[in-house]
Structures are given as C-alpha cells and as structure tokens.
Design a protein around this ligand. Structure first.
Ligand code: HC0
Ligand code: SF4
Length: 572
C-alpha cells in the first residue's frame, strides 16, 4: 500500500493506483475530458493536471501513479490557471454552436467550461467546412472534435475495427476516417460506441425525427410504432425519472398524444423471432448442420455488418431469421394491413431502438404480393425519442401508463431480455427445450449465460433431452473477433452462438442516452431481467398473440409464408 497526501488529506491506496483514482477514493473528482479507464489513458486533453510538491511542472493525474509520501494539490492557483487555459484552448478548436448541438446540456466540454466559469474566450479560430455524407446514419462534425482520441481507442480496442485515425499535422491535426477512406467503405459496424463515448457532439446519429413528423402530417398514412426491449431500461434517464418511475407504457401514452395510430412492443416480435430462430436451430441441429460450425444469432445488425466485412465466409452460419424489428415491420405491412383493410403503402412503420445500425438495417427490402418497399420506414434512437418528447413538451412524470394495441398486445419475459447480453440465447433455449421435449423447462434453467463480460465470452452447456448443446454468448466486436478466430482455429466448438455488437448488448447500445464515463449496460440489463422475473408469461411459445398469429397467418414456424416474410438471405 502507498500513503500520500492529496489536498491536505492523507490517503492510503494500493500500489499502481493512479493519482486520479486515489483522489476519487476520497471524493475528489478531478476534471477530465479524454480519460476512459483501461481504454484511453493517454492524457490527451491535459485537463486532469495536478501539482506535485517538489516538482515544477504540473503532472497529469490519469496516467501517473501514486508514490509513497507524495504531496498533491488538485486545485492550487497554478492548477486552476493551467486548467482554465487548457479548456479555453480546447474551446478555441470547438465551434461552440451549443444551441443547435444534439449534446447540448449533455456535453462534458460545456460542463467543464461552465464549472470553470469561462464566460469569454480570448482564443478564436477560423473553422473550415469539412464534408460529411449526412445521409449516413453516423455523422462526424470535425469542428466539434476536441481530439480526445476516445473514438479512435473505442473503435480500435473495444470494437476491433480501426475506423478512425488521426489525420493532418500541427494545428490542422484532427480525427477522421482512417486511411483516407469514405465512411461508407470503412467497415463501420454502426455500433455507435464512438458516439456514446464522445465527450462532446463531434459524433452523433442522423436525426430522422422529421420523417416521423411528415408521416404524422400525412392524412393518408397510418403510423404504427414499435418500441425495442432495451429502450424501456434507459429512455427516462435523461428526463429526470428513475427506472421504476418510467415504465414503457408511458411512452405508449406519449405516442398516442403525438398522433401515432398504433403502438406495439418489439418484445412481441422478439417472441416471433424465437419461434422462427428456435425452430431453425432445432432443425439445423437435427440435420447435422451444426457439427463443424455453430449457428449465429442474426438479430443484431451491428454484428451482421461486422460478419459481412470481417468474416464473409461465415455468413452462411447466420440464422436466416430476420431481427424482431424487421419481422414486426413485415407483419404490420401484410397481416396487420389486411386486418385494417388498407394497402400496405399506407402503413408507416416506426421503430424506437437503442441502436444506430437499425437505421441501416431498415433498408432491407420487402416484397410481398403487390407490395415492394421496406419492412420499416423510420428508425429513431432512444436519444431521438428523448429529444422528441422534450420538443413535444411531453413530461414523462405526468404521463399515465397506456396499453399496447391489439392484436399484438402481449410480449413475454423472454422477449424483454433480448435487450441484455445473453437474453436472445436464453429466450431461444427456453423455447428450443420445449420444441424438443414438449415441456417447459424451469424459466431460469439457463441463467448461467447472463451478465456482462467485458473481456472474452461466456460459454455453457445444457442437456436438452439427452442432446448436449454447447453455447457461447459474446458482446462487443473486439471480443467477437477473438471468438471467431477461436472458432476458426477449432479451439472451441459450439452449436449456437449469440453475438451483440455493443458491450452488454442492446442495453449498452450506441443509441442509448449518454452518461460520460459511466457504463450502464449492466444496470439496465438487470432491470430487464427484473421485468422478466415479474412477467406472467416467460416463454415465447406461450404468448397467446403469437399462437394466434400462427393460426391466422403463418400456419407454423418455417412455413412458406414465414420464409417469405420473416427470413432473409444474408449477402455480403
Ligand atoms: Fe435490440 Fe432486438 S434486442 S437488437 O438489442 O433481437 O436495437 O432492445 O430491438 O430487432 O427485440 C436493439 C434492443 C432490439 C431487434 C429485439 C433483437
Ligand atoms: Fe467504430 Fe462503432 Fe464508431 Fe463505427 S460506430 S466508427 S464501428 S465505434
């Protein structure tokens, strides 16, 4: 252990602790902009400087470790002056258009500048316009970039994709797409992790809210919304409500007040996905198709983009089942349109997702009878939902809980846990067990695969009526890359693998509210498991609305019509 003095307080911490962590242990919060534990400890921003007795130069606290007898000042006049200057310099490189920024009030630079009471900035810089294709779901605004390097490190170290790099030299140094590529060809998975780790508004999603408002204005359109499982665990975080005070049913009421015609829960189509994907798994298992390589889940579009660019030879191992988002869209434009007695063209499908890649996934075509279009017309992230609720002056505190519409009213606990890492696998196993044995297992029989794993993956084996099934669950694309290599080298062997691009699954999705420096995927995931435990129906195949949909329309899983509407051929 090492004892030192910080701001006249003695503190004893383990060897190797950074000064920043030692200060945090006695509730001194040293300001910082670039630091991300274990990922970005390069002192790029230099906001975290402190004064050390006996040393002339200030030192950065994020990457200098404690020494016995050290005397540190975190807010001496010298430190204060230096930090103010550093922040002012950073502000000079930032266009400061806070009023029109998607991160206004949620920006670490804005907060630090306010905390330091910086009311004027002597440094001014001319900004050059930099081109960016604003039709791409991920948008970079170089004039807001403060070169903290977090996006480079997250994409590289956590997601293994190296999409970003430093470009230019000297005063022109900035961050841009690596190797001078266009973002569209840079193999970006659209996981959005660089956005959720950007301390300012230099990275954001394409805002699609105007598409929804146009549809709402169009009297010919019937607007049908779905809300993804993980949205319920996070949507109110920045609206000032706790999770307990913010059930998803409040969004239903908000949507009705906005004029949305029908509101459904994606947990319903998560159940539908399980029926199809679970049946496909059992079939592939029985056909001996899983002896060499596993079947991979296909519901995470970030992962699907990743496999297409990084492991194209493995595409055939993906389940052919569409994701719940797409399945719901297909059902709305066919079965539901028929039920309403309207043309599919009149149905405008909206989905609220914790994800950016869903904005690209929606471009998938749908052809059915006379109709040629898309399953989904508009995807908004949880953050866009929050901005929209604010714009509409819909205060969630005063919204009552509404009810999802019929005929897809019921979603099960199995559908809810899709939003957490391991949830799709667990839901699939609950139903696969039933498909093989004709009986339900204990709903918690597959709990071993729950929980966020920052490094590596979770594996387990389960006995289903004498068949031992080896499964793996992985989240984060860096981890996924390692798992894929191990599978290829035949160091591991599984029959079924769940992959989610974002660490912790959709709960930690790139479209979720941003809390700088905090990883909330685990906490949000736990709240989804809590909802599952407290739901009456915990098996997808027990969902009466799903049973009814098969009876009235699809006949049975993997039927001809199911293949036509609920499955897809994955192509590079
Ligand atoms: Fe997910 Fe999904 S669970 S990918 O994370 O499968 O985005 O929440 O909506 O489609 O259901 C995201 C979340 C979904 C889909 C579902 C799946
Ligand atoms: Fe990298 Fe994901 Fe950002 Fe794309 S969205 S640049 S893959 S971190």
């Amino acid at each position: 252990m090492v004892t030192l003095t910080i701001d006249q307080m003695k503190v004893t911490v383990p060897e190797g602790t950074t000064i920043m962590e030692a200060a945090a242990s006695i509730h001194i919060d040293i300001p910082k902009l670039c630091y991300l534990k274990g990922i970005n400890e390069i002192s790029a921003c230099r906001v975290c400087v402190v004064e050390m007795e006996g040393k002339d130069k200030l030192i950065t606290s994020c990457n200098n470790v404690v020494e016995e007898g050290m005397v540190i000042y975190t807010n001496s006049p010298k430190v204060r002056l230096n930090r103010r200057k550093t922040v002012s310099m950073l502000l000079s490189q930032h266009d400061g258009q806070c009023i029109t920024c998607s991160r206004s009030m949620n920006c670490s630079l804005q907060k630090i500048a306010n905390d330091f009471n910086i009311l004027d900035n002597p440094f001014k810089k001319e900004f050059v316009h930099r081109e960016w294709d604003k039709t791409f779901p991920l948008i970079r605004d170089a004039n807001k970039c403060i070169k903290c390097m977090r996006c480079i490190q997250i994409c590289d170290k956590v997601q293994g994709l190296n999409v970003w790099d430093v470009s230019g030299t000297g005063a022109r140094t900035t961050v841009d797409v690596s190797r001078n590529r266009d973002i569209r060809v840079a193999d970006c998975s659209l996981c959005g992790q660089c956005i959720t780790h950007c301390p300012v508004g230099a990275l954001r999603e394409r805002d699609d809210t105007s598409m929804l408002f146009s549809a709402l204005e169009d009297e010919n359109k019937i607007v049908v919304a779905q809300i993804a499982p993980a949205v319920r665990a996070a949507w109110a975080e920045q609206l000032g409500l706790s999770r307990e005070e913010a059930p998803v049913e409040k969004i239903v009421t908000a949507f009705r007040r906005m004029g949305i015609d029908y509101v459904f829960d994606t947990t319903f189509s998560a159940d539908l996905t399980i029926m199809e994907e679970g049946s496909e798994f059992v079939k592939r298992l029985q056909d001996g198709d899983l002896e060499e390589y596993p079947m991979f889940t296909s519901c995470c579009p970030g992962w699907v983009r990743f496999i297409k660019t990084q492991y194209p030879d493995m595409i055939g191992r993906l389940s052919t089942a569409k994701s719940p988002q797409q399945m719901f869209g297909a059902v709305m434009k066919t079965y539901f349109a028929k039920k309403l007695g309207v043309d599919p063209e009149r149905i405008f499908t909206l989905s609220i997702m914790p994800c950016l890649a869903k904005k690209a996934e929606r471009e998938m075509d749908l052809f059915y009878e006379e109709y040629a279009g898309h399953d989904i017309d508009c995807v908004l992230t949880t953050r866009e939902l929050d901005r929209m609720l604010r714009a509409e002056h819909l205060n969630p505190q005063f919204l009552e809980e509404g009810e999802f519409d019929s005929p897809f009213e019921v979603g099960t606990g199995a559908g809810v846990i899709f939003g957490a890492t391991g949830g799709v696998m667990e839901a699939a196993l609950r139903s696969a067990y039933f498909l093989v044995t004709g009986e339900n297992p204990d709903a918690d029989a597959f709990h071993e695969i729950r929980g966020v794993k920052r490094q590596g993956w979770t594996e387990a084996e389960f006995d289903v009526a004498g068949n031992v099934i080896h499964v793996a669950v992985v989240s984060g694309l860096g981890n996924t890359g390692k798992l894929m290599e191990a599978i290829r080298r035949k160091e591991v062997k599984y029959e079924f693998v769940e992959v989610m691009a974002c660490p912790g699954g959709c709960a930690g999705g790139g479209g979720q509210p941003i809390h700088d420096g905090q990883e909330l995927a685990e906490e949000r995931g736990s709240s989804l498991y809590f909802l599952d435990r407290n739901t009456d129906i915990r098996f997808s195949h027990d969902n009466p609305d799903i049973q009814n949909l098969y009876e009235e329309f699809f006949e049975k899983p993997l039927s001809h019509r199911a293949h036509q509407l609920l499955h897809t051929e994955h192509q590079v």
